[in-house]
Design a protein around this ligand. Structure first.
Ligand code: PMP
Length: 457
């Protein structure tokens, strides 16, 4: 059967299984655009709506059970509703959710983060976007310079300055080795782009050239040390070291956005690669499913935050619920041993997916590292955004909906996302994921549906 027919048939099957989701969708979209409250949750023909979750499973509004490998886009390395976390939070709720004065346990959490992620100073906040925005401002304030270099295809949350060249279309993004900054949304003033410059990932020479051109005003570079918003792209050997050296050469700061990677390795990307940045942003997994983020870095840089001089504030920063969730998550759930067990399971999933793609002669490759992995419908290993654009989005989408219809959410919603294995996934969960992928793989052999990655977030 041709793939177009497979997709049509699977879409029908999806509709038959998710009638209640369709009702919720139709009702929701009367008031909320596309029926969702984050553009990343849009799905064609409509999103599934969730009702509850536990362990490695999630149930939708129709009562369908899914093995969940999206896990809140990587925020739930604890798995859902971890019993230890539930207990700790019940107790905390009774003692006050928000105090308005600093919560005494924030110091404990800041020290846990400092030790684990090798930083000397910490400031807490709620979301990744917020922490990244604060960090970028701090980089500029500390250096007294304006330009921030970011990498094409990396995502750093939805502040104007960072919504640049996130998923730019080829026609607009100029030379691969000297990309043109492209706003990722309407509503971003041209002036916001003036101080964000863009370089290709995994291309030291190109970064050197672009940094040299901007050397007098280069405040710093921001990157996902492993870009996880264009699938899962490992940095080439020596790439991060080269960025470190370029930043040192121009007195610029190196900023790792570890919103995702801090939950993929026990000590984050610095532990994985041994390259120390000047500043880090942590988010997602550290809060065990609650809104918690942090900037961490060298003491003298964090100490540049001074009231009246360099801003950093938020009503919900270090609120007792998030702080208690963070402490419990990091000390009792995401332990070194738990990470190592989950990482072995993710490797097992990666090796299994690899065998299946090979045995079925799929035009695909599998990359996995730490707690994450991805099946890319791209015959080539992806090294940067331009490679990613060659991916067969239509086949990915067919794969995704076929997996959903058989009770597995294989990854985040989109070919630019990846799977996360939590500490609550069992060996049987991995086996089930592989069994379903094996069942559907023969139908994914043919490239047949033209689809593009959407640019606007
Ligand atoms: N940075 C990275 C690398 C991310 O992946 C994300 C979200 N996916 C963010 C920042 C923004 O985080 P949040 O959605 O919590 O604002």
């Amino acid at each position: 059967m041709r793939q177009r027919e497979t997709l049509d048939e699977e879409t029908e099957r999806f509709r038959a299984r998710t009638k209640r989701s369709l009702e919720v969708f139709n009702h929701s979209r009367e008031i909320a655009p596309f029926g969702v409250h984050s553009n990343y949750r849009v799905l064609d023909p409509y999103p599934i709506y969730g009702s509850r979750a536990e362990g490695s499973s999630l149930w939708d509004s129709d009562g369908n059970q899914y093995l969940d490998f999206n896990l809140g886009f990587g925020a739930l390395v604890t798995g859902h509703s971890h019993p230890t976390l539930v207990e700790a939070l019940k107790d905390r709720l009774e003692k006050g959710a928000l105090l308005g004065v600093e919560f005494e346990d924030s110091d404990k959490l800041a020290r846990i983060l400092a030790q684990r992620f090798r930083v000397q100073g910490v400031r807490l906040s709620s979301t990744g976007a917020e922490a990244t925005m604060h960090a970028v401002r701090l980089v500029r304030a500390f250096t007294g310079k304006n330009k921030i270099l970011k990498f094409e295809g990396c995502y750093h949350g939805s502040s104007d300055a960072m919504l640049v060249s996130v998923k730019p279309k080829k026609e607009r993004s100029g030379e691969p080795r000297h990309p043109t900054p492209v706003p990722a949304s309407r509503g971003i003033p041209q002036e916001s782009l003036a101080n964000t410059i863009v370089a290709p990932f995994n291309d030291v020479e190109a970064v050197e050239t672009i940094a040299r051109e901007n050397k007098d005003d280069l405040a710093g570079m921001i990157l996902e040390p492993i870009p996880m918003n264009m699938g899962l792209v490992l940095p080439d050997k020596g790439f991060l070291e080269a960025l470190r050296a370029i930043c040192d050469q121009y007195n610029s700061l190196l900023l790792f956005d570890e919103v995702k990677t801090c939950g993929k390795y026990f000590g984050g990307a610095e532990e994985r690669f041994g390259v120390p940045p000047d500043l880090k942003v942590m988010g997602k997994a550290i809060g065990g499913g609650f809104p918690l983020s942090a900037i961490g870095g060298k003491k003298e840089i964090i100490d540049a935050i001074v009231p009246g001089e360099v801003a950093h504030a938020g009503t919900f920063n270090s609120n007792p619920i998030a702080v208690t969730a963070g402490i419990t998550t990091l000390t009792e759930i995401l332990t070194e041993d738990a990470f190592s067990q989950a990482s072995k399971k993710s490797d097992e999933l990666g090796r299994g997916c690899n065998d299946i793609t090979r045995d079925n002669h799929l035009q695909a490759n599998v990359t996995f590292d730490g707690l994450s992995g991805i099946v890319s419908f791209n015959p080539k290993k992806i090294r940067n955004w331009r490679d990613f654009q060659e991916s067969d989005v239509g086949t990915w989408f067919t794969y995704y909906i076929m997996m959903l219809n058989r009770g597995v959410i294989p990854a985040g919603t989109g070919p630019d996302e990846q799977w996360t294995v939590s500490v609550q996934h069992s060996k049987e969960d991995i086996a089930k994921h592989l069994e379903i992928f094996k069942e559907i793989a023969p139908k994914l052999r043919e490239r047949g549906i033209e689809m593009q990655i959407v640019e606007a977030l």
